[in-house]
Write a protein that binds this ligand. Sequence first.
Ligand code: NAD
Ligand code: MLT
Length: 325
Amino acid sequence: MLKFSISCLSYLSGEIDMKVLVSDSLSNEGLEILKEHFDIDVCTGLCEDELVEKIKGYDALVIRSGTQVTQRIIEAADNLKIIGRAGVGVDNVDVDAATKKGIIVANAPEGNMISAAEHTIAMMMSMSRNIPQANASLKAREWKRNKFMGVEVKGKTLGVIGLGRIGSEVAKRAAGLEMNLMGYDPFISEKRAMELGVKLATVNEIAKEADYITVHTPLIKETRNILDDEQFALMKKGVRVLNCARGGIINEEALARALESGKVGGAAIDVFVEEPPFSSPLLNFDNVIVTPHLGASTQEAQVNVAIDIAKEVVSVLTGGSAKNA
Ligand code: NAD
Ligand code: MLT
């Protein structure tokens, strides 16, 4: 596990006698909203033991994906009313433990969806044209035009598993690239799929027919390993797969086996079961392109989610409700 150095800053300008701990970096636009009301400590890089000590007395905890809010931290919290996640996934929070203690877990699900969708499309295009590999090669003073022959996406079939906020935005953008669209999501209607130009299918049908498969579900029991050895066996030779949602939705070991056998022709991965993924077998393949969980890393998304979550915290601590709890 990578250990980051601890950095702490305090702002004591709050009007209301309540304290907020921000334990991952948060855009200034969100901090400004919090500072108008409460005393704020921004303290990043804390390990679990340090957070267990630190959390006492705080009314709110604001996080991104860097902080794991474990049962121990929640049990140690003696005054906590809300955990605010600046982003979508609350899989880094023990939501059951929080709920048992009456602590609200709120997220900011809308602010980064465009960035995550754009990152997925950027990864699909980069993978199709070998851009990361060609960039590294030329910077190593090589001129290998034949080595980096790519493919067009026009006319290819993209399978989208999970057609919520981000999956839908990916589908819209892929339609603009003149791709054919298939999708699986047990909770969307035929009407919504038709509006998106997506042909609904099962996961296995997508596995058989698609040239590209991208996953955009939450990581839950039903979606863990949704693409596994069984699905890779059904896929076309040379299929390209993407995961810009959560590590574990595609089984990483099964993907490595499918890359090894040549069944999978390329993969584009932003998220990993363990982050940082320094011991992941996926880092060893030339035809796998990777980014360090950058889906939401744009200026726009970080401002959006910081503002959204700050407003949620203000609302809850001043007697209102949370929109996204
Ligand atoms: P969302 O809740 O809007 O959409 C998720 C969709 O998955 C829903 O439509 C839901 O019906 C569907 N779904 C649920 N169970 C399913 C199943 N068993 N099979 C298929 N579909 C199923 O969420 P979102 O905002 O679109 O986020 C999607 C994913 O992207 C989440 O895992 C989120 O954490 C992740 N994310 C990653 C980044 C990043 O930085 N890489 C950024 C934002 C979000
Ligand atoms: C999210 O769930 O919002 C993304 O993974 C981005 C982040 O980690 O903030």
